[in-house]
Design a protein. Structure first.
Length: 146
């Protein structure tokens, strides 16, 4: 009875290969779930989405049902030009950059990305060419861009 298992069967190479392959399949399944669950949040953070944290939470909650995950995935790609009316556009861009840095685990810096600077420069150029704020800008945009 030296090499017998609990049920009286002898374990050979193929039994151990089966156990190892099942364990690897389980680990691979968990890694795929973690990758897919965090995908909308990572996309939103990389695109500097103003609602990146909400997209991340909705992506993870969407693992329980498919529909919320699909909405989070679409939301992560949705172009957003929304500006929080409680702040001026430059303050809003700075707040979004700080939130994205916090979500990435970095120390929020004061520097803005080149895209944000170009967008603010375009906003300022549109005001100077038209002699005032653009038609879709709020009342405080003219004071902020100058």
């Amino acid at each position: 009875m030296g090499g017998l298992g609990m049920l009286g069967f002898e374990l050979d190479f193929w039994d151990y290969a089966t156990f190892v392959s099942l364990a690897l399949a389980g680990v691979a399944f968990i890694l795929i779930i973690v990758f897919v669950g965090g995908l909308p949040g990572r996309i939103a953070v990389s695109r500097k989405h103003p609602d990146a944290q909400a997209v991340t939470v909705m992506g993870w909650a969407g693992l329980l049902a498919v529909w919320p995950w699909m909405q989070a995935f679409i939301w992560a790609f949705k172009p957003t030009d929304k500006i929080d009316i409680r702040r001026f556009p430059r303050e809003e861009a700075k707040a979004i950059d700080e939130e994205i840095a916090r979500l990435k685990g970095e120390v929020p810096g004061v520097e803005r990305t080149r895209a944000r600077e170009e967008r603010l420069a375009t906003l300022a150029a549109g005001e100077s060419a038209a002699g005032g704020p653009p038609a879709n800008a709020g009342p405080d945009t003219k004071n902020e861009a100058t």
